[in-house]
Each structure stands twice: as structure tokens, then as C-alpha cells.
Design a protein around this ligand. Structure first.
Ligand code: ZN
Length: 132
């Protein structure tokens, strides 16, 4: 069962302002741009080698990304690991003392199943898991 680095999520106020900078830095257009209403975000995904950079813009003031920016400003919001078997990984994580954040909608960008591990149980980093 292999677990791989999938992407790093960066909270930004405005994709319109952030995208041209990342386009210049990464020398490419985003691989996809998508609204994910269930997570309250609009995302722009830039593949960079084996992993990606995901820019996250809040869809509204209630978005978790809006709350993150209000509290901490723009910046790294989460890292994401790709897993093959979400149920097995969540079971192991829970047994190891990692706290799974309950959520209403477990679908992320691309319709993939996702889960989040609470930063207070991971050493201060919000970790997203995606099953691909
Ligand atoms: Zn993500």
C-alpha cells in the first residue's frame, strides 16, 4: 500500500491575482481550475513534477479558506497525501492517535474522496488524504 505526496494547498485571497504569478513561476497554465462548492473553494491545480501546487480561493466568507486567511493570512493551508485505500489508511491513522475531522461532504476536486486529519494531532499541519 503506497502513500504519495499529492499536492500542497495554498490559501489565497484571489486566484485572479495569484494565478499569473504561479503561471510565471511554474512556466505553465494550471492543469485545471474548478469550483468545489462542498468545500467552499475554487481551486487552481498546477502540476509540478510528481506533485502539485493547489491554489485555494474562498467561495464566500463561510469558507474554511476564508477563515484561515482571516486568522493567519494567505499561506500554506494543507499538504495532501494520495492513498490507495482510504478506509484502511483512516483506520490505521485513528489507531495511531491521529484525529480525523468529521465533514459533511467527502468529495474534493475531481470528485475524489478526501479526508482531513486535524493539525493538533499531526504536529501542526492540516493533512488532507485523497483516494485516487
Ligand atoms: Zn488539497
Amino acid at each position: 500500500m503506497s502513500v504519495k505526496m499529492d499536492h500542497i494547498g495554498i490559501a489565497v485571497q484571489s486566484l485572479q491575482q495569484a494565478m499569473p504569478k504561479y503561471r510565471a513561476l511554474l512556466q505553465k497554465e494550471p492543469d485545471h481550475v474548478e469550483e468545489v462548492p462542498g468545500q467552499g473553494v475554487k481551486v487552481a491545480m498546477f502540476r509540478a513534477g510528481d506533485s502539485s501546487i493547489e491554489l485555494l480561493e474562498p467561495l464566500g466568507p463561510d469558507s474554511p479558506i476564508a477563515r484561515h486567511i482571516a486568522k493567519r493570512g494567505e499561506g500554506i493551508h494543507h499538504i495532501c497525501l494520495a492513498v490507495e485505500n482510504m478506509d484502511a489508511v483512516l483506520k490505521e491513522a485513528e489507531q495511531a492517535g491521529l484525529e480525523i475531522i468529521p465533514q459533511k461532504d467527502d468529495r474534493g476536486a475531481g470528485g475524489h474522496r478526501i479526508a482531513f486529519l486535524h493539525p493538533k494531532s499531526t504536529g501542526g499541519v492540516l493533512i488532507e488524504l485523497v483516494e485516487k
